[in-house]
Design a protein around this ligand. Sequence first.
Ligand code: UDX
Length: 429
Amino acid sequence: MNICVVGTGYVGLVTGAVFADLGNDVICVDNVKEKIDMLNSGIMPIYEPGLKELVNHNMEDGRLIFSTDLNDGVMRSEVIFIAVGTPPKENGETDLSHVQHVARGIARSIERYKIIVNKSTVPVGTGDMVREIIERNKRRDVDFDVVSNPEFLREGSAIRDTLYPDRIIIGAPSQHVAMTLLELYASLERPMLITDVHSAEMIKYASNSFLAMKISFINAIANICEKAGADVTQVVKGMGYDKRIGSNFMNPGLGFGGSCFPKDVDSLIHIARKFGTKATLFESIVEINKYRAQHFINLIKEKMDPMAGKQFGILGLAFKPNTDDIREAKSLEIIKLLLAEKAIIKAYDPAAMENCKKIFPDIEYCKSSYDAAEGSDALLIVTEWNEFKLLNMEKIIAVMKKPVIFDGRNIYRPERKKRLGFEYYSIGR
Ligand code: UDX
């Protein structure tokens, strides 16, 4: 099939590369020329394991091309995916200006029947909006359909998630239109739900908000465990045996960050209010999450008072492991709060330091975890990268000023760390 993917961010680039790998002819379009130039010379604008190999291999085989020319992309293709950014506005509402811009571009170029697929995370009703924009601006008397096909990939495992999704959601105006998308995904042999456009749009927000709710829920339980002397790890285990609950996505810690959960829950709050329904539950998810960094700092303050002049080694800056993404990362809030306490910071992350330097150019960045630990009064685990789990703790203890660990992601076993001679604090244990 001839496919055009508009937007070469996480979703667009990975989707385009995977569709090409499945044997389709794919043109990925982006209006940022530097990004297209980079991609054309084999450089990936994002860090994602396996992506470079997948993109380059499909480019060499001629199934994947990159261009800034939306008109050409539309003309070549039967199916056009919109995978542009939908950032939040100040008030939490989703900014749809990029989607609207692309819809107008498609309208100008459409010259025969096409299916336009919304892959960007968009509020319910956006499919109708895209339809209206194209209808209003099209230059030729052609028919088209708008489909919602939300994406559930996670950064760091984006290719695997696209090849083996738990489910594929196709929200189409008719069975006939859905069949084209079904055909496109058939070779993945994954569960598919064909539904209407509005429901498909809601599935995405409901899913992300539910996952965010699980995280905030267990963090609220962890708060009680800390006061009551219970161990949240045991609580999750005990809850998880109940098949209705499960223990996935219940790791307590510093809360959720990234480009999706925070903005999607905010957007759902906005959608609920717009329709005049109560958003109390969603508001609580956000409120609990917002307080995680301060909660962590309060714990540190309690044990390390005064913090001014003390040195903290931060391990992990990315919003989660296996990415260089620091959008809404908890590390940023923690650094800000530490700086407000006049603490000294030495930070290390395997991938995200360059991005963090753009926001905090004046803190010290280190070559390794050991370097960050050197001379520090305490070590803070902020992102649970695998390499932090297997550190040589004798070496760490030898270089630290004081052997203190604040583990914001519960990556270590308390009794082991204590046996090694650390003063060890974690979340909800
Ligand atoms: C998420 C969704 O998982 C994905 O389906 C959607 O398409 C986009 O948003 P992503 O933001 O890449 O993906 O990361 P994810 O792995 O879901 O983690 C999100 C945040 O939650 C991270 O900050 C992570 O540290 C945190 N988290 C996750 C927890 O604090 N506890 C958990 O148990 C799981």
